[in-house]
Design a protein around this ligand. Structure first.
Ligand code: FES
Length: 136
């Protein structure tokens, strides 16, 4: 018996896609990435991610299933990412679509990033090091 999975057929029907991936129909406004590469992990990026989870869940902002304490109508997707090159200045946190890359983020900075940036639309300058794209 083979362990290979049969590739799923390409799905054309949009409603079927949304049923399989409800995030596609959610009112997403931001995607927050927390780096969990080796160097960021060494300065406890796991605690930064946990702080985002706690803050976003308490505000009902984090997209996800109710059974995980998240909101199917949440506006923020929170995920981990691999190294982005801020290894010496982590923990790195990236916020899109704004293209703001934060450096040296600690768990105690997270409520401010959520309130100022994600809610009020004002990036936290003292932690923001880079804006992508570099040239508009
Ligand atoms: S390990 Fe996080 S930026 Fe390199």
């Amino acid at each position: 018996m083979s362990n290979e999975k049969t590739p799923r057929e390409f799905i054309e029907n949009c409603e079927e896609l949304i049923e399989l991936a409800p995030v596609a129909a959610a009112p997403i406004r931001h995607h927050v990435f927390v780096c969990t590469g080796k160097s960021c992990s060494a300065v406890d990026s796991a605690a930064v991610k946990a702080a985002f989870e706690e803050e976003l869940k308490s505000r009902r902002m984090q997209f996800g299933t109710e059974k995980k304490g998240r909101n199917p109508q949440g506006s923020v997707v929170l995920t981990e990412c691999g190294s982005v090159g801020f290894c010496a200045i982590g923990a790195a946190v990236l916020v899109y679509p704004d293209g703001i890359w934060y450096a040296q983020v600690r768990a105690e900075d997270v409520p401010e990033i959520v309130e100022e940036h994600l809610v009020r639309g004002r990036p936290v300058d003292r932690l923001a090091l880079l804006k992508v794209p570099a040239v508009e």
